[in-house]
Write a protein that binds this ligand. Structure first.
Ligand code: AGP
Length: 591
C-alpha cells in the first residue's frame, strides 16, 4: 500500500504534491519521490525516508507533476527503487500503488527487446510498456500497456511533452479531486481535501485523462461519466477512511490483507519456496508480543500437519535457553522487522549455525537483512500500535507453511486450501455483524479484571485476545489454558472477573464446555466465542459472540478478529486513547 498523487493546475506542482503526499503517509513511509514537467523535460527527485520529515522541496517550476510515498513490496527501500519510475528515454514517468504479479516475465521480454531497467521494482515494467506503445498519444499508450499487466494497480503517468496526466485503476483505490481550474489525482481523499471537497471515485478498469481545462474517463475504451461527490470529512477523519480510529480501520482491512497475502503465496498450489526446511530436525519460533502468539499458533499448525518438533520462545528469553544447532530452523515473526529482542535472538541463532527464516511485514527491515530466508505478510502499513491485520496476515503465512511442508493426503490439503480462499468473505461477515460484540463490550468495560480461556488452538487465541484487551483498554486481562484454571486462577473468579472463552468446535469442544460450566459455578460472567450454529453453548454462558462456521483449524482467524473487535469496543466504551495506548510503541527497538 503506497500513496500516489498527480497534479495539474495553476499552482507550483511540487509544493502541492509534497503536501498531498504527507497526507497519504499512513499508506507508506519508507521512501518518496516527485517528477515535475518543466518545458519539455522531466525534473525528478527521489529520497529514502518519510516524506513527513520534509519541509518543502524545489523540484522544478512546472505546474504538472506526479508523486509517490512508498511502502516497499518489490525491491527494498532505496533511491533507485523509489518512485517515479521512468522509461529508457526519460520522457515518461509513472507512479504506482499495487503489485504487478507478472512483472518478472514482462521484464525479461522487455530486456530481450533492449530496454534497460534502473530499479528492482515490479512497477518499472509499466514505464517501459508505455514507451513501447507511445506514438504521441499517451492515453492510448497507457491503455495498451495495461493490457499486458496482471495484478493490482493505481497509476499516474506523465510525459515530458504532454500537457496532461493519464491515470488508471484496477484493484487499488484512485480518486480525482475536481478543483477550480486545478485537478488532483490521488490514492485517497486526504490528499485532495486541502484543495477541494469535490471528488470523483474511479472504478476498477477506469482510465482517466486530465488536462488543463478538464478531464475524461474511459472504461473498456469508451468515454463514460462518473458522479462528483462532496466529501463531508475532515482531513484527520479521511486519513482513517471515515473510521474513528486507525485500529478499527485496520481490522476492517483484514479481508483485503488475507487476499493480498494469499495472492503472494497461493495459486492452485502453494508457491512458497520451502528450501528453508531442507535437512532440519527441529523448528524454534522466536518473537515478542502478538507475534509470539502467532508463533504459538504456528507450532500448533506445524505439529498438526508436519512430523517435526517445534519449540516457541519469547525472543527476550531465547538467549537464556538451549542454543539451536546447525539442523535447527529458527523462525522469527515480527511485523515491524525492527523489534530489538527478536533481532538479537535471530543474531544468536545465526551465530549458533541455525538457519533463520523471518516472517515480516516490512521490506528492507533489519530482520530481512539478518535472516537467510524471508516471507512477507502483505498487511500494508499498520499505524495503530495494537497489531490486528498484521497478526491475521502472519497466521495466513503460517497456515501455508504448515500445509506446504505437510504430508497429509492431497485431497485433504486441497480441501483446506479451497477453504482458506473463502476466509476474506468469512471475515467480512464478522465485520458486518458486530452488534453482539458492541453489546458485550459495554458490559466488560465496567470491569478491571478479565480472564480469557481456550484449549488447543483456542489457547493462543485466548492469549492474544487478552493482550489486545490489556494494551488498549487497560483492563487487567489474563489468557490461560482452560485446563490450568483449577491449578490456581480459579481463586480469582467470581462476579468481579468475567471470563471470555474461545470455544473451538474440534476435539477440545466437550472438555472446554465442561471448563465453562466450572467457571460458571464460580459466579463469573462468561462470554463465549462460538460457531454461528452452536445451539449447545448458549445453555451455559451469559453471552455468545457467534462467528461463521469454518473448519475448526481456521478458528484462529475468526475468533481473533472477533476478539480484536471486542477489545476495540471495550476500550472505546472506556474512552481510551486507542491508537496510541499509554506506555507502548508500535516498534520496540530497545532490549
Ligand atoms: C501488539 O499489539 C503490540 N504492538 C506488541 O506486542 C507487538 O506485537 C510486539 O512489540 C512485537 O512487534 P513486532 O511484531 O513488530 O516484532
Amino acid at each position: 500500500m503506497c500513496g500516489i498523487v498527480g497534479y495539474i493546475g495553476f499552482r507550483k506542482a511540487d509544493s502541492v504534491i509534497i503536501s498531498s503526499l504527507k497526507r497519504l503517509e499512513y499508506r507508506g513511509y519508507d521512501s518518496w519521490g516527485v517528477a515535475v514537467k518543466e518545458e519539455n523535460e522531466l525534473k525528478l527527485i527521489k529520497k529514502v525516508g518519510a516524506i513527513g520529515d520534509v519541509e518543502a522541496y524545489d523540484v522544478g517550476n512546472g505546474r504538472i507533476g506526479i508523486g509517490h510515498t512508498r511502502w516497499a513490496t518489490h525491491g527494498k527501500p532505496s533511491e533507485r527503487n523509489a518512485h517515479p519510475h521512468t522509461d529508457c528515454s526519460g520522457k515518461i514517468a509513472i507512479v504506482h500503488n499495487g503489485i504487478i504479479s507478472n512483472f518478472q516475465t514482462l521484464r525479461e521480454e522487455l530486456e530481450s527487446r533492449g530496454h534497460v531497467f534502473k530499479s528492482e521494482t515490479d512497477t518499472e515494467v509499466i514505464a517501459h510498456l508505455i514507451e513501447e506503445n507511445y506514438n504521441g498519444d499517451l492515453l492510448n499508450a497507457v491503455m495498451k500497456a495495461l493490457e499486458k499487466v496482471r495484478g493490482s494497480y493505481a497509476i499516474v503517468a506523465l510525459h515530458a511533452e504532454k500537457e496532461e496526466l493519464v491515470a488508471a485503476r484496477y484493484k487499488s483505490p484512485l480518486v480525482l479531486g475536481v478543483g477550480d481550474e486545478e485537478y488532483i489525482v490521488a490514492s485517497d481523499v486526504p490528499a485532495i481535501l486541502d484543495y477541494t471537497k469535490r471528488v470523483v471515485y474511479l472504478e476498477d478498469g477506469d482510465v482517466l485523462r486530465v488536462y488543463d481545462s478538464g478531464y475524461e474517463i474511459f472504461h473498456d475504451g469508451k468515454a463514460i461519466d462518473r458522479k462528483i461527490e462532496i466529501i463531508p470529512w475532515s482531513i484527520e477523519d479521511a486519513e482513517k477512511g471515515g473510521y474513528e480510529h486507525f485500529m478499527l480501520k485496520e481490522i476492517h482491512e483484514t479481508p483485503k490483507v488475507i487476499e493480498d497475502t494469499l495472492s503472494e503465496y497461493l495459486d492452485d498450489e502453494i508457491t512458497i519456496d520451502a528450501s528453508f526446511a531442507f535437512g532440519i530436525s527441529e523448528i524454534v519460533f522466536v518473537a515478542c508480543g502478538t507475534s509470539y502468539h502467532a508463533c504459538l499458533i504456528g507450532k500448533y499448525l506445524i505439529e498438526k500437519f508436519v512430523d517435526i518438533p517445534v519449540k516457541v520462545e519469547y525472543a527476550s528469553e531465547f538467549i537464556y535457553h538451549q542454543p539451536p544447532t546447525g539442523r535447527t530452523l529458527v523462525i522469527s515473526i515480527t511485523q515491524s522487522g525492527e523489534t530489538a529482542d527478536t533481532l538479537e535472538a535471530m543474531r544468536i541463532a545465526k551465530k549458533k549455525g541455525a538457519k533463520v527464516l523471518t516472517i515480516t511485514n516490512v521490506l528492507g527491515s533489519t530482520a530481512t537483512r539478518i535472516a537467510d530466508f524471508v516471507l512477507y505478510t502483505r498487511a500494508g502499513p499498520e499505524i495503530s500500535v495494537a497489531a490486528t491485520k498484521s497478526f491475521i496476515a502472519q497466521l495466513i503465512v503460517l497456515y501455508l507453511i504448515a500445509l506446504k511442508l505437510s504430508h497429509i493426503p492431497r485431497t485433504e490439503k486441497m480441501e483446506l486450501l479451497k477453504e482458506i480462499k473463502l476466509l476474506p468473505e468469512v471475515v467480512k461477515r464478522i465485520l458486518d455483524d458486530k452488534e453482539e460484540i458492541e453489546r458485550v463490550s459495554k458490559l466488560l468495560a465496567k470491569y478491571e479484571n478479565l480472564m480469557y480461556i481456550g484449549r488447543g488452538i483456542g489457547y493462543p487465541i485466548a492469549l492474544e485476545g487478552a493482550l489486545k484487551m490489556k494494551e488498549i483498554s487497560y483492563i487487567h486481562a489474563e489468557g490461560y489454558p482452560a485446563g490450568e484454571l483449577k491449578h490456581g486462577p480459579f481463586a480469582l473468579l467470581g462476579e468481579k472477573t468475567p471470563v471470555v472463552a474461545s470455544l473451538v468446535r474440534d476435539h477440545t469442544y466437550e472438555i472446554m464446555l465442561n471448563n465453562i460450566k466450572e467457571v460458571k459455578a464460580r459466579d463469573s460472567i462468561v462470554v463465549a466465542v462460538a460457531d454461528e450454529d452452536d445451539e449447545e453453548v448458549s445453555k451455559y454462558v451469559d453471552f455468545v459472540i457467534r462467528v461463521p462456521k469454518t473448519n475448526p483449524i481456521f478458528s484462529a482467524i475468526t475468533h481473533s478478529v472477533a476478539l480484536q473487535l471486542l477489545a476495540y469496543y471495550t476500550a472505546k466504551e472506556r474512552g481510551c486513547e486507542i491508537d496510541k495506548p499509554r506506555n507502548l510503541a508500535k516498534s520496540v527497538t530497545v532490549e
